[in-house]
Design a protein around this ligand. Structure first.
Ligand SMILES: *Cc1c(COP(=O)(O)O)cnc(C)c1O
Length: 548
């Protein structure tokens, strides 16, 4: 029996598992975690994304930290099911054929969420069009717009062609999916245009992930006319998407009845960008069983078996035997230190405070903030600290690549005083080992650019407290001294590095050497894993956005 699917979730990237490399970072991991929770909770969702045959890329780093990219390869044919459906979209006046592969995400009690992967690599398409679903985030604006046509227009048509015809809500995950709303308008535009718009808005939900206007996807109208044509009257189009350029965030928000940011602070920032718009927030989460390491899973299963259906039960971690919590962490830490030894030939010491930092290498994430004053870092951390880094820079992100080089240079400079390694090719599997195996998770974004951030939530599931700038989710998650520590005042001033060293020296290291540490680990899980999970997040989407 084909269950009834009420919600279609469209996202340019989706992290299903490490063998399906159709994601670049946080946006895709969030989408995957959301769908895993939908499967566990039997929320009737069907997801749509692009196939990305070449994935994102494999990262190679030379001894100075210079990044080169190798294409990834995977075999969609062996991991996904090919469906008979074919749909077409028009791009620059050409007909582009789209085929559909399906994957099923199985939930804890057997309910499955279908994921449709759209693919243009068909012999009947031109060579240029065949490459549209090749590499994630490659190519110029025209290529990008064409990909958004495949996702948006192709996505709605694929849902129809595959028989998902009871969908009443379309969830646009970031502006990339906005053209889906235009397709819905086209479908219902036979009568009165105002009524058609109303019907589209009723059905669409939009989640924005980008806190600055410069981060929004925008296309020159001339390019839009050439590539997309004129799907709706030009006056209406510019009224919805902006005069100067087609702004995908604006288009999506103008065609949705529910618009949300991904953390409380992100809602406030978004309201400033769209004055007069009612914007809500649903704070991100992570899928608890996915991001909890085997040793903590076993610990939770023994004492709190309900945690898998209901991660809010992780509150009870507060009364677990502290020794068992320490042992679970020791297992995860050993796995990480072994990986460090295998990959870098460096011997990290188990007794040192091990700090982890891993995320996309891009300038606002400030990978090098902790190295601002190497003498100070050395004075605070000599013999006490060791650092593990990971993260890919986008192939065109010159600054992001330079940041990786600066981490390598600092690591050389610090030598064995504060051993520092950079692990190549950050992906979901490496993330799992890292977030569980370090003692403290570091995050130093330039506020307010971290819309939410999620890796600190993964760490929290493993009893790893965060040391982080007050931005994104951390404004909600930081209970000073209990779930971690704040850096600075959330204004991104140049005293942030000083504040980081202060906290390390006077709060984090003394706590690590004290009896209090186990209690900090337990509070981190009990207060933060119990809330910052996608089970809670999905329930909020259902109650506030889907049933609204
Ligand atoms: C969780 C995750 C991210 C996102 O981390 P942020 O803290 O939100 O930046 C990026 N890449 C991978 C592989 C991840 O697992």
């Amino acid at each position: 029996m084909n269950p009834i699917h009420h919600v279609a979730y469209l996202s340019m990237e989706m992290a299903i598992d490490a063998r399906i490399p159709t994601y670049a970072g946080g946006l895709g991991v969030l989408a995957g975690d959301m769908l895993r929770s939908c499967a566990d909770l039997a929320v009737p969702v069907v997801a749509v994304t692009l196939l990305w045959r070449a994935g994102y890329f494999e990262q190679r780093l030379d001894e100075s930290g210079a990044q080169t990219e190798e294409p990834t390869s995977w075999e969609p044919e062996s991991l996904l099911t090919s469906l008979p459906a074919r749909v077409q979209v028009q791009i620059e006046g050409r007909t582009v054929n789209v085929r559909v592969f399906q994957h099923e995400i199985a939930g804890a009690s057997g309910y499955t969420v279908p994921v449709l992967f759209l693919d243009t690599d068909l012999a009947e398409n031109s060579p240029e069009d065949r490459r549209l679903t090749d590499a994630l985030y490659g190519g110029d604006a025209k290529h990008r717009l064409a990909q958004e046509i495949v996702l948006g227009l192709g996505g709605v048509r694929a849902l129809r062609a595959c028989g998902f015809d009871r969908v009443t809500r379309f969830h646009l995950n970031e502006g990339h999916a906005a053209l889906a709303a235009l397709e819905l308008y086209r479908e219902s535009s036979s009568g009165n245009p105002d009524e058609a718009l109303h019907r589209v808005r009723e059905r669409c939900v939009f989640t924005t992930h980008t806190p600055v206007p410069a981060g929004h996807d925008r296309f020159e109208w001339e390019l839009v006319a050439k590539v997309l044509g004129e799907p709706i009257p030009p006056d209406l189009f510019t009224a919805l998407a902006g005069r100067e350029r087609m702004n995908m965030t604006l288009l999506a928000s103008n065609l949705s009845h529910f618009v949300n940011g991904v953390a409380r602070r992100h809602r406030e920032v978004s309201e400033h960008m769209f004055p007069g718009r009612d914007i809500r927030h649903i704070t991100n989460g992570v899928h608890s069983p996915t991001w909890t390491s085997p040793s903590f899973r076993a610990l939770f299963d023994r004492h709190i078996p309900e945690w898998r259906d209901d991660p809010s039960m992780l509150r009870k971690v507060l009364v677990l035997p502290p020794q068992e919590v320490l042992e679970a962490h020791a297992v995860a830490k050993q796995a990480l230190l072994e990986m460090v030894r295998d990959r870098t030939a460096r011997n990290f010491e188990p007794r040192r405070l091990t700090i982890g930092f891993a995320r996309r290498a891009t300038s606002y994430k400030r990978l090098d903030l902790v190295f601002h004053d190497l003498e100070r870092l050395r004075a605070v951390g000599r013999g006490q600290l060791q650092l593990v880094f990971a993260g890919k820079a986008h192939p065109n992100d010159v600054e992001g690549k330079a940041l990786i080089g600066r981490v390598f240079a600092a690591a050389r400079e610090l030598g064995d005083d504060v051993p520092t390694v950079y692990l190549a090719d950050y992906d979901m599997d490496l993330a799992k080992t890292l977030v569980a195996g370090v003692d403290v998770w570091l995050n130093t974004p330039l506020p307010p650019l971290e819309a939410s951030g999620t890796s600190g939530m993964k760490a929290a599931h493993n009893g790893v407290p965060s040391l982080s700038i007050l931005d994104g989710w951390w404004l909600e998650g930081c209970v000073e001294g209990l779930t971690g520590w704040s850096i600075g005042h959330g204004d991104g001033s140049d005293t942030d590095a000083g504040s980081l060293y202060e906290q390390l020296e006077h709060a984090v290291l003394p706590a690590f050497r004290s009896e209090r540490w186990t209690s900090i680990m337990q509070h981190t899980i009990a207060l933060n894993a119990s809330f910052f999970n996608t089970h809670r997040m999905v329930q909020q989407y259902v109650a506030n956005a889907y049933l609204d």
